[in-house]
Each structure stands twice: as structure tokens, then as C-alpha cells.
Design a protein around this ligand. Structure first.
Ligand code: TRP
Length: 439
């Protein structure tokens, strides 16, 4: 039997857990830094509200209607509306995208595990920027170490997934998500004591529109999609566990607000620390793993704060990684008659082997490139830049144009004014919706 969340609140927590990940805490601040701070933040927030929320509503709607894995949901719904069952390929590509993303996400998740241990052992105490950079370079240059942490992270993820919706996912998010919020607020509290809190704030919130280019706007939109976990089936599968009678519009807004809040809080915690140590906000992907250890290594109580921070990042990555593999596991259970446990083991094994490509991308495989990209960069490009946006567009077409007005109306409860107004305000979903609902 297909599972169900035991309450609306648990669903919000779980979907927020899927949305909040390395994307919020590691990628968002770094992108904001590169693309003009507050101008980027503004575009990002507009994209979340105008495109992200309606897209999320569409995905939840499809999931709850189909109540199966994304592949079978798409096939069932395509049959229901009388279009080709080839729409199942949308589910297949999404499921695959999840596995591909998890294969590298797990390696980075492993880094956070390793950095918890490193901070706890006091490795960063008194470290200079150069020392931390060398430490990171040395860390990623050893395939065996990365292999170990990648394996451990994936075992942790699959362990939760194997226990199923109520046994595993719910228990995990019930405790992990609230602690994540608490940890972030504590870190922001610390950032206030650095004396550079206002510098950090003005960096994030003082508009500098001169730095806002087309590329930045695209980056902001892409980040909105990635951060909300859209376009691949994560939200569809989580939506498939949503009880009848839950307002899709209200919960989607709540999830989007929580997700953006975490990204903003992360920025507010990270930048004051970065500035107080005289570091560069444009450090890029290495920002957290190279720069923050220095900050933690110098601040009073830095040992505890360092450990706390990387635990926080681990929690965020963990709950997101669970959501990335869930469509594949459900598909195996449904189509190959496997138990959840067996399905989790097979999917985990496949992802693990694929992840070795990313493990080697940072050391022995760094020279092995295709189109000038390492295996890791190629995977990231293929999923984030191609599969997710195309999946999002296809989902919008299906839910907006192909689904019958009766179905989308009853699922979305369009008589509920909040949802109705939201759709109306959003051109991305509103335009296609209008064609089917009100023509
Ligand atoms: N949103 C997560 C993050 O910010 C990553 C993630 C989880 C994701 N599931 C997804 C991204 C599905 C795209 C699609 O880190």
C-alpha cells in the first residue's frame, strides 16, 4: 500500500526537509555573493513566489492525483486524460535525475560528515586561510577518504529510506527539521556578536542592481528551482503521500517560505563570520569548506560552533538526499515487486557505484574530462541545467494544458480563494491553467 503522511504538519516538515539542503546553505550564499547580493536575492524571491510556488502546486497536484511513483503516476494520469502513455518518460527522466543528483550529493554530504569530525578534533583551531585551503585540497585528493565518507553518508540515507514513509522519513524529519532551525538561529545569534553583522546584512540586502545581469537572473531562477526541489519528482512523490483535504496552495506557500527563510538565515550567519575574518564572499563552492573552518578556528567557542554548523549542514543534506532517491525506491517496489528494504539496497548500490565517479573527479580523475568538465561537473550540468528545467516545463504543460479542469480544480480546491488568487498572480502556471480551467 502506498503510504501517507500522518498529518499536514509532518508533510510540511518533510517537504521542507527535501527542499532545504546544500543548495540553501552552501550554494545560495555563494551565488548571492557573486551576483550582486540583494539584487540577486530579490530576483530569487520573486522567482520563488511567481514560478516556484505554482510549479510546486502543480507537482503536488499530480502526485496526489496519481498516488504512485512519478513514473506510474505519469502513466496513470496520461491514461486518465487520454494522452500517450509515453508521458511516463517524464517520470523516468525525473527518477533518473534524482539518482544522478544523489550520486554526487552523497559525496558532498560525506564531506560534511568528515568536517564534523575534523572540527570536533580541533583540526581548525588557529588555522590560517592557507592552512584550511591546503587541508581541503589534501582531503579531497585522497580517493579512499572520500570513498569512505561517501559510503557512510549513503548508508545513512538508505537506512532511513528502507524504513518507509512513516517509520523512517517521518521520524527523521520530526526531530531533524526543528533542530535545523534552532541551530541556524543560534549561528545567526553568534554572527551578531562578531561586530560585522551589519556588514553582512548590507552585503545581502543593500541593492546593487548594477551587478545584476541576464546571467544573474538566470542563476537566480535556477537556484529557485533547485532549492525548492522542483522538476524531478521529489515534490511529486512527497505530494503522493499528502492526505486528502490538505490545501495544496497553503502548504506550498509554507514550504517555500521556510525554504527561503533557511537560505536567508544561512546567508545572515555565514557572511558576518566571513567579513569578520577578512575573507572573500566570492570564494565560490569552496566557501564553506575552506573559509569557515578558519573563521571557526579563530572565534571564541569556535570548536563548538564549527561542529554545530557542519552537523546542521549534514542534517540539511541528509533530508534532501532521502527525497532524491524516494522516487526510484518506490518505482522498484511497485514495478519489480521488491520489498522497500530490497529496493533501498539496490538503489543505494547503484547510486553508490555512480558516486565513485564523483569521488574520483576530485583526485585521480581530475584530468579525465568531457566537454571540459569532470565527471562531477558533467553530472551537475546534465541534471541541474538540462533535466530539471526540461522536466519542469513538461510538468507545467501536462498539469496546465492536458489535465482536465475538473481534475485540477478539485485537486487544487480552486474555490479556495488563496490558491485561486495565487495561480492568477502567477503567469507561469496561470497562463496554461487559464486555458484549461476557464476556456
Ligand atoms: N533542494 C535541495 C537543496 O537545496 C536538493 C534537492 C533535493 C533537489 N531534491 C531535489 C534538487 C530535487 C532538485 C530536484 O539542496
Amino acid at each position: 500500500m502506498h503510504g501517507q503522511w500522518s498529518s499536514r504538519w509532518i508533510y510540511i516538515l518533510a517537504a521542507t526537509g527535501a527542499a532545504v539542503g546544500l543548495g540553501n546553505i552552501w550554494k545560495f550564499p555563494y551565488l548571492a555573493g557573486e551576483h550582486g547580493g540583494s539584487a540577486f536575492v530579490l530576483v530569487y524571491l520573486v522567482c520563488v513566489a511567481a514560478i516556484g510556488i505554482p510549479m510546486m502546486m502543480a507537482e503536488v497536484m499530480l502526485g496526489r492525483r496519481g498516488r504512485q511513483s512519478p513514473v506510474n503516476t505519469m502513466r496513470t494520469l496520461a491514461k486518465e486524460v487520454g494522452v500517450s502513455s509515453q508521458w511516463q518518460w517524464l517520470g523516468i527522466s525525473g527518477t533518473l535525475a534524482g539518482v544522478l543528483i544523489l550520486s554526487y550529493y552523497s559525496v558532498i554530504g560525506g564531506w560534511t560528515l568528515a568536517y564534523i569530525v575534523k572540527s570536533a578534533m580541533g583540526t581548525f583551531t588557529g588555522a590560517t586561510g592557507e592552512a584550511a585551503t591546503n587541508l581541503f585540497a589534501q582531503f579531497v585528493s585522497d580517493p579512499l577518504t572520500l570513498f569512505f565518507w561517501h559510503t557512510l553518508f549513503l548508508v545513512m540515507t538508505m537506512g532511513i529510506v528502507a524504513r518507509g514513509v512513516q517509520g523512517g522519513l517521518e521520524q527523521a524529519v520530526r526531530y531533524l527539521m526543528p533542530s535545523l532551525f534552532v541551530l541556524l538561529v543560534v549561528l545567526v545569534g553568534y554572527a551578531m556578536t562578531t561586530g560585522f553583522f551589519t556588514t553582512g546584512l548590507s552585503f545581502l540586502f543593500t541593492p546593487d542592481f548594477s551587478r545584476l545581469s541576464g546571467t544573474s537572473m538566470l542563476a537566480a531562477m535556477g537556484q529557485a528551482f533547485f532549492s525548492l526541489s522542483l522538476g524531478m519528482g521529489t515534490i511529486m512523490i512527497y505530494g503522493s503521500y499528502v492526505p486528502e483535504g490538505t490545501s495544496i496552495a497553503q502548504t506550498s506557500v509554507a514550504i517555500a517560505i521556510a525554504d527561503s527563510l533557511v537560505a536567508l538565515l544561512a546567508g545572515m550567519a555565514i557572511f558576518p563570520i566571513v567579513f569578520s575574518q577578512g575573507m572573500q564572499p566570492e570564494a565560490g563552492p569552496s566557501l564553506i569548506f575552506e573559509t569557515l573552518p578558519v573563521a571557526f578556528g579563530h572565534m571564541p567557542g569556535g570548536l563548538a560552533f564549527g561542529v554545530l554548523f557542519f552537523i546542521l549542514l549534514l542534517v540539511a543534506a541528509w533530508t534532501s538526499s532521502i527525497s532524491l532517491i524516494e522516487p526510484a525506491v518506490t518505482l522498484c517496489v511497485e514495478n519489480f515487486r521488491m520489498t522497500r528494504r530490497t529496493a533501498a539496497i539496490w538503489c543505494g548500490l547503484f547510486t553508490w557505484v555512480l558516486g565513485l565517479g564523483t569521488v574520483f573527479s576530485f583526485n585521480i580523475g581530475v584530468e579525465t574530462t568531457l566537454f571540459d568538465m569532470t565527471f562531477f561537473e558533467l553530472l551537475d550540468f546534465l541534471t541541474s541545467n538540462l533535466m530539471l528545467p526540461l522536466g519542469g516545463i513538461a510538468l507545467a504543460i501536462f498539469s496546465g494544458w492536458l489535465m482536465t479542469p475538473q481534475v485540477s480544480q478539485s485537486e487544487l480546491q480552486m474555490q479556495d480563494m488563496t490558491g485561486y488568487q495565487l495561480c492568477k498572480c502567477s503567469f507561469a502556471f496561470w497562463l496554461p491553467l487559464r486555458c484549461s480551467l476557464f476556456s
